[in-house]
Design a protein around this ligand. Structure first.
Ligand code: ADP
Ligand code: MG
Length: 189
């Protein structure tokens, strides 16, 4: 079984000096993988380019090394998969497959608003995995804005309630690493 990371980066390749808002000790603790053992979640928040996907992949790589099954999906890929299953009357099987990985990474929540159907499918997935297996979620939006993403404040609250019950949130406040590299190359003046 493949984790399907879009690219490979490790936690060792992450420059913590560049991102002082991140607590290294908290990351070292997460890298110890007890959150996976306990089926707790990790939510990584912050603006574009601050390393959310890098950290999610880095934790995913650690989990693979520790022998856990891991699956990486963007929110868009997840939604295509669930909506297709729903329309083909095999949602149950699809949800079961998505509960199987000990770590499911869902990348990029917040860039695209969800339809009502998509939001309710997402909710069903979160309910299924709750207390069973870990989610690592990245988002460019703060929790306050999740009502908008899910097009329904009540549903967003129900989703957050379960996601956050057993979870660690990393709130990255720093500058974009992509822009830093451009600036270094003299592309931004
Ligand atoms: P985000 O998902 O928050 O938009 P990414 O994780 O895609 O950001 O990071 C953008 C690029 O910059 C990636 O190639 C990533 O490996 C790199 N990067 C970001 N932050 C750091 C960092 N602190 N140290 C090393 N590389 C970083
Ligand atoms: Mg990203």
């Amino acid at each position: 079984r493949q984790a399907r990371f879009p690219w490979l980066k490790t936690l060792d390749q992450f420059d913590f000096d560049f991102q002082p808002s991140l607590d290294r000790r908290q990351l070292r603790e997460l890298a110890g993988m007890s959150f996976v053992e306990r089926a707790h979640n990790v939510i990584i928040l912050g603006p574009p380019g601050v390393g959310k996907t890098h950290l999610a992949i880095g934790l995913g790589v650690k989990a693979v090394e520790a022998g856990y099954s891991v699956l990486f999906l963007t929110l868009e890929e997840l939604m295509v998969r669930l909506a297709k299953a729903f329309h083909e009357n095999r949602l149950e099987r699809s949800l079961q497959q998505l509960v199987y990985p000990k770590v499911l990474i869902i990348d990029e929540i917040g860039y695209l608003p969800l339809s009502n159907l998509e939001a309710s499918l997402f909710f069903r997935l979160v309910v299924r995995r709750y207390e069973r297996a870990s989610l690592i979620i990245t988002s460019n939006k703060s929790f306050l804005d999740w009502g908008e993403i899910f097009n329904d404040p009540v549903l967003a609250t129900a989703i957050l309630d379960r996601l956050l019950h057993y979870s660690t949130t990393l709130n990255i406040k720093g500058e974009s690493y992509r822009l830093k590299e451009k600036r270094k190359a003299g592309l931004l003046g």
